[in-house]
Ligand binder design. Structure first.
Ligand SMILES: *[C@@H]1O[C@H](CO)[C@@H](O)[C@H](O)[C@H]1NC(C)=O
Ligand SMILES: *[C@@H]1O[C@H](CO)[C@@H](O)[C@H](O)[C@H]1NC(C)=O
Ligand SMILES: *[C@@H]1O[C@H](CO)[C@@H](O)[C@H](O)[C@H]1NC(C)=O
Length: 644
């Protein structure tokens, strides 16, 4: 890095600068008090005389216009513009003052009323390659530039706001709207994109955890020294590239707790500030490590989905804390090349999402031929439902009632039965002969694997490169990864081998005795295993915990980690409690984890879709509760009402 910088300087001093390389980073404007960004990359040109469209306002020679493809009849324009205005958060009627209409049989401009109270110029368009939607037209050149709407990242979910470049890379979006220590994120109009079989995610807005490398973008892994040390990635890893190829629109990199280790908001997040969980009083811990993913999907209507990663709970934790769907997939469905590892043996890429239909399309794109979609099948749902650590009766607990009611509704829905199991007891009766108790057998498995693998793959090269660049210095690392790596240094290679063996032994047992596959592909899994993801209890972020330690022990959350089965969070409802912060009743989500046999990821998404359709669960909404509503930080602000 230092080498590159000094080389740049010496080149500059060797050669006189004869031409200035001037490039636009885009332009920020407001239109009727809505913040927009004009992309620096044109979508194409139209024939327009520089003096035409006199009645349309301009900034720096850019005028808001609309392109309409597909041979729409003039008589249908008013209803089309009205529909776009209500369905697309970027489009507003002011773009309709000049309409470039393709497929119209007239060759001259006409003036008609499309939007009440204003007249629109209709200009014939012979270019069919420019998608319908709003644009800013550069009068001097006739170039049309795509429009992004700008939003404040008030939840602090993002690390960088990005736009795609024409060469398939990304660059920072150079725009800033009012906000308090908040980034500005831009989203392009949804009208530019049409879903097709090849592009099932066309226009779906995606946030990306800042451990996935994107071409042209520097990454941080939640560590400032890392961000400074390493150059921008030269290519986008295959996982994210698959989503882009399916049409997803990457809007930015999102916060991760450092090196994807579990951190609490107070006071583990030393290098960067932990994002805000919008639910309840707005000061609940968002969980980690896919913290930006969870807080953003729970906060922003304008974001459809976020990709995180789950090694020991980094997707399931934020999904539970924020009341979202979230999946830890079967292990090994897609390459994690060009993604920072915590433990390749355990790392998985998955989503946080509100809408199961988008979840299904995203899974299919990300996991490719390893994903057995049941989207268009009629699944034969397993009839065996087992619960681990569920309340036996609701008592006075509203959260327990939600959990128990859900399990019984699920049993009715699949026509099955529910039985509680205790994994430790099952292990003792059907596990390997002479094996120690489960909690003892797997006590150090997780911390051994994550620390030994991350030390070798991340810490060692990082420390070496940093020292080489900084006269032998060590980079700053947050307390949690430091404490964990410190433990890893005490673990021998033979102990590591023993823990690989323990993991395999548990996996083979669980996937044979507890959750084997079903022979019928339409059933896929022999059963469901459920445990509690979140029960609506408060976990305020302004409380100091104990010093960071090593994640010893075994819990329900480790089952899928070690057995490689898919494990998805389903939001079920919410419960009220008196917030210690607001001194007011607030609502927090209740959620469940559902596991099925390895490779049956599609079954879980189909179940989510079917349970929503049956009214047993509801799609969570962004807002202060899973049913929507103002986020405390944003009271009185609504997304769509600004020009309506
Ligand atoms: C354009 O097409 C419409 C409908 O097909 C027709 O009624 C109209 O006369 C045409 N106008 C011209 C100028 O050809
Ligand atoms: C797990 O390991 C830690 C560290 O060696 C130890 O303190 C703890 O007692 C162990 N727990 C069990 C259940 O074996
Ligand atoms: C909390 O609200 C209750 C009921 O409105 C009130 O009596 C109490 O004084 C409040 N507590 C604090 C610390 O403000």
């Amino acid at each position: 890095m230092m080498l590159v910088r000094s080389l740049g300087l010496s080149l500059l001093s060797m050669f006189p600068v004869v031409s200035a390389n001037l490039a636009s980073g885009g332009l920020s404007v407001t239109l009727n008090d809505v913040y927009y960004y004009v992309s620096p990359f044109t979508s194409g040109k139209v024939a327009v005389s520089p003096t035409s469209l006199k009645s349309v306002p301009a900034v720096f020679g850019f005028k808001p216009v609309t392109v309409i493809q597909g041979g729409v009849a003039k008589a249908d324009l008013p209803s089309l513009v009205a529909q776009w205005t209500s369905s697309d958060d970027v489009y507003q009627a002011a773009f309709a003052e000049a309409i470039f209409l393709a497929g119209s049989n007239s060759s001259c401009k006409t003036k008609t009323q499309i939007v009440s109270g204003a007249s629109s110029l209709i200009v014939p368009l012979d270019v069919t390659t420019i998608p319908s939607g709003p644009y800013f037209l550069e009068m001097a050149t006739g170039s049309l530039y795509p429009v992004y709407r700008l939003y404040e990242d008030f939840a602090g979910s993002f690390m960088q706001s990005l736009i795609p470049t024409p060469d398939g890379k990304f660059q920072p979006m150079s725009a800033q709207i009012p906000g308090s220590a908040a980034l500005t994120v831009g989203v392009p109009s949804r009208l530019y994109y049409t879903k097709t079989a090849a592009k099932p995610l066309a226009g779906v807005r995606l946030g990306v955890k800042d451990i996935y490398r994107l071409a042209g973008v520097k990454g941080s892994n939640g560590n400032r020294a890392w961000y400074d040390l390493y150059p921008a990635a030269t290519y986008t890893g295959p996982a994210i590239q698959r989503l882009i190829d399916a049409g997803a629109v990457v809007v930015g990199l999102q916060k991760t707790s450092q090196f994807a280790n579990g951190e609490t908001a107070t006071a583990d997040w030393v290098d960067y500030h932990s994002p805000f969980n919008p639910r309840g009083d707005g000061y609940q811990d968002p969980s980690s490590s896919s913290s930006g993913a969870g807080s953003s999907v729970a906060s922003y209507e304008w974001l459809d989905i976020a990709i995180g990663s789950d090694t020991g709970g980094s997707i399931r934790g934020p999904a539970g804390a924020q009341g979202l769907f979230g999946n830890r997939p079967s292990h090994g469905l897609v390459s994690l090349d060009n993604v920072m590892p915590l433990s390749p043996t355990l790392d998985t890429p998955g989503f946080l999402v509100r809408d199961p239909a988008i979840w299904e399309a995203a899974n299919a794109a990300l996991y490719g031929s390893n994903y057995k979609s049941l989207a268009s099948a009629t699944p034969k749902y397993p009839k065996t439902i087992r619960t681990i650590g569920f309340p036996a009766s609701a008592g006075t607990s509203a959260a327990n009632k939600i959990l128990i009611d859900f399990v019984s509704a699920l049993a009715t829905f699949v026509g099955g039965t529910v039985a509680p199991i205790t994994l430790a007891t099952e292990w003792t009766s059907t596990g390997p002969k002479g094996a120690p108790a489960l909690a003892q057998f797997l006590n150090t498995t997780y911390p051994t694997l994550i620390t030994k693998e991350q030390i070798a793959l991340v810490r060692e090269p990082f420390y070496r490169d940093y020292a080489a660049a900084h006269d032998g210095r060590r980079p700053f690392v947050n307390p949690v990864p430091l404490a964990r790596w410190g433990y890893g240094d005490t673990v021998s290679e033979s102990q590591l081998q023993a823990q690989y063996d323990a993991k395999k032994s548990f996996m083979d047992w669980f996937n044979t005795e507890i959750l084997p596959p079903a022979a019928d592909p339409d059933q896929c899994s022999s059963g469901f295993v459920l445990y509690v993801a979140s029960s609506g209890s408060q976990n305020p972020r302004n409380r100091y915990g104990s010093a960071p330690g090593v994640p010893f022990g075994f819990s329900s959350g480790r089952i899928s980690v070690l057995s490689e089965v898919p494990d998805s969070v389903f939001p079920l409802g919410q419960v009220s409690s008196l917030s210690t912060i607001t001194n007011h009743t607030e609502f927090l989500p209740v959620a469940v984890d559902i596991m099925v046999a390895k490779g049956c990821d599609g079954l879980l998404v189909k179940l989510a879709q079917d349970l929503v359709k049956a009214g047993i669960i509801a799609k969570p909404l962004p807002g202060g509760t899973i049913e929507g509503g103002d986020i405390l930080m944003r009271r009185g602000m609504t997304v769509m009402d600004i020009w309506n």
